[in-house]
Design a protein around this ligand. Structure first.
Ligand code: ZN
Ligand code: ZN
Length: 260
């Protein structure tokens, strides 16, 4: 699999358990071509993100790893940034500080509610209403022009929050917006190890993405080294079965294709 990339992982700079060398070691063992570190950068007051005080050291450490071409596995500079619709200008300035190869835009918040760590508000709305609120934020994130990749596209299902009615029209509307915004989605394999036991996004959304020709990349959302490249065999098989014949990689926020 020496052509594959894993563009989504978290280290001790944010909420991951291991540091850069450990992830690189697993990537080498799994024969990945490239990995991208994408620690959490957020404007929200939470404890799972990189502390502002650590920005300069993270920037220097990661930049020098990216410039080390002696490695067989190449490293890319990524960040995973929370989208807040009312803070686009602040986000733009924040992102500009980092010499990124790519920026993952993720929706982890509906208003102030961090729905992927705090389960207490589920049930306050119908699941259909939650899907509408969540995917509207995803659409805004795609249209903002801030991001290269939309992270874990249907994260709202994480704790088995299944819609009451068929959401195909909402999924299609969202994919259409993503296509028009010329943004990439990731096949994030971490959902397979979550209560939802499914990749993000689900097969239905991937089918629609394939139909619209939305480019895709791969991410394990590893929070410890042994999760690098998790379930990639299965992910690749799924992508091929849906007609995807390439994934994308990034360098200096410019993308190119890799045949699969
Ligand atoms: Zn995330
Ligand atoms: Zn993540």
């Amino acid at each position: 699999m020496s052509y594959l990339v894993d563009y989504h992982m978290h280290t001790t700079f944010s909420d991951g358990k291991d540091h850069y060398p450990a992830y690189l070691e697993v990537a080498r063992r799994k024969d990945l071509a490239e990995i991208g570190f994408s620690d959490h950068i957020t404007l929200a007051p939470v404890d799972w993100c990189v502390n502002e005080i650590d920005y300069p050291v993270m920037k220097e450490n990661l930049k020098s790893l990216c410039n080390d071409f002696s490695e067989d596995v190449q490293v890319r500079f990524g960040i995973e940034v929370d989208y807040f619709p009312e803070k686009e200008e602040e986000l733009r300035q924040l992102i500009a500080y980092f010499p990124c190869d790519y920026v993952i835009g993720s929706v982890h918040f509906i208003g102030d509610w961090n729905f992927d760590t705090d389960r207490s508000f589920y049930g306050k709305w119908s699941n259909d209403e939650l899907y509408r609120m969540y995917f509207e934020l995803v659409q805004k994130a795609a249209k903002s022009g801030l991001f290269d990749i939309i992270g874990h596209l249907d994260l709202i299902k994480k704790f088995q929050c299944w819609p009451e009615s068929d959401q195909t029209p909402l999924f299609e509307e969202t994919i259409k917006v993503i296509k028009e915004a010329n943004v990439v989605i990731e096949l994030n394999t971490s959902g397979f190890d979550r209560p939802c036991i499914d990749f993000y996004p689900n097969k239905k959304i991937l089918e629609i993405a394939a139909r619209y020709g939305v480019p895709i990349t791969l991410g394990s959302d590893a929070h410890q080294a042994d999760q690098v490249g998790r379930h990639f065999d299965k992910a690749l098989e799924l992508l091929k079965s849906l007609g995807f014949n390439q994934i994308v990689r990034f360098r200096n926020r410019v993308r190119s294709e890799i045949k699969i």
